[in-house]
Design a protein around this ligand. Structure first.
Ligand SMILES: [Zn+2]
Length: 311
């Protein structure tokens, strides 16, 4: 065999393995239209986010929306996501915690959102439970399962959990205090923390399912999402991930998994699977720890870079 032949075979098998075995991930944003009075105003955030997704060839994401926030600007913001081809879905009317309401109160809030959000052409009957909590009693949990079924809804679970909302609050607080934020360092911090969590939950999935499922990433409709989603997508692709639509992600078998356990706090679908297999620790990764994030933020974004080490 000639040298070039060997090289081509190697290259081909590498490309083939990449195409066949790349891990898959869909992107979703919760809490839209989320309060915007910090770095960006609402319209600028929406414009920036839509452009970043388009520039990075992310065909479709889903916006799990809270209908109570639909003032004029909020409606315009959701309409701009809708018109860019993205999905609008149900995240309740007032973002209640199911642990604190009766089933009837919670159901009414869900139905109110269903009615108000159906004004958008790309509205889908997908429900994302606020705080991922699906009911702290069997009655509530099963009641919501029946209600979703009756109304033709899918439980829009997530597999990849993180505390991006806490990173946003660290960022906004620093902006408010007029601190000089180096946006390159901020982006590297954001991407690094999210990748750490994504890879952790993917390994947990591999451990319990013996495969990497089609993943659903939980993010929030915030300024840092608009600023850095492109960098995150680049990093994912560089590490062999393929971005898929949420529609495609929910065709995974894991969509049919229903935990028997009543959970007051829910770590996401991979965590539910792990609990079913007897795992009790490590369901919440350290990237969901505020202290951990704050320390890293201070070190990696706020501290003066150590120039002697940066060569
Ligand atoms: Zn939420």
């Amino acid at each position: 065999m000639s040298y070039y032949y060997k090289i081509s075979v190697l290259l081909l098998s590498y490309l083939l393995s990449f195409a066949l075995f790349s891990k898959e991930i869909a992107i979703t944003f919760d809490d839209s239209p989320r309060g915007a009075s910090g770095y960006f105003d609402g319209p600028t955030r929406a414009k920036t986010l839509i452009k970043a997704l388009k520039d990075h060839k992310v065909e479709q994401v889903a916006f799990f929306s809270v209908s109570k926030r639909l003032d004029d600007e909020g409606i315009k913001r959701l309409k701009s996501y809708n018109d860019a081809g993205h999905i609008i879905a149900n995240h309740t009317h007032s973002h209640p915690d199911i642990n604190k309401l009766s089933l009837d109160e919670y159901s009414a809030d869900f139905l109110k959102a269903d009615k108000r959000l159906s004004q958008f052409d790309n509205f889908e009957k997908w429900f994302r439970f606020p705080y991922l909590r699906e009911g702290d009693t069997k009655d509530k949990r099963d009641g919501m399962r029946s209600l979703l079924y009756e109304h033709g809804y899918r439980n829009a679970y997530i597999t990849l959990n993180n505390y991006d909302w806490y990173i946003e609050s660290l960022f906004q607080e620093s902006i408010k205090q007029s601190m000089n934020i180096d946006m390159d360092r901020m982006s590297r911090f954001y991407v690094s923390v999210l990748m750490e969590g994504i890879e952790y939950y993917d390994e947990l999935a591999e451990k319990h399912l013996e495969r990497s499922p089609k993943h659903v990433l939980l993010l929030h409709e915030m300024d840092i999402s608009a600023l850095f989603i492109g960098d995150l997508v680049d990093e994912l692709r560089q590490r062999g991930w393929k971005i898929i639509t949420p529609e495609e992600a929910y065709t995974d078998d894991i969509a049919h998994f229903e935990t028997d356990t009543v959970l007051k706090f829910n770590p996401g679908r991979i965590g539910e699977v792990a609990i079913g297999k007897g795992q009790r620790k490590g369901l919440w990764h350290k990237t969901l720890d505020e202290k951990y994030l704050q320390q890293r933020f201070e070190q990696e974004v706020l501290s003066k870079p150590n120039l002697s080490n940066e060569n």
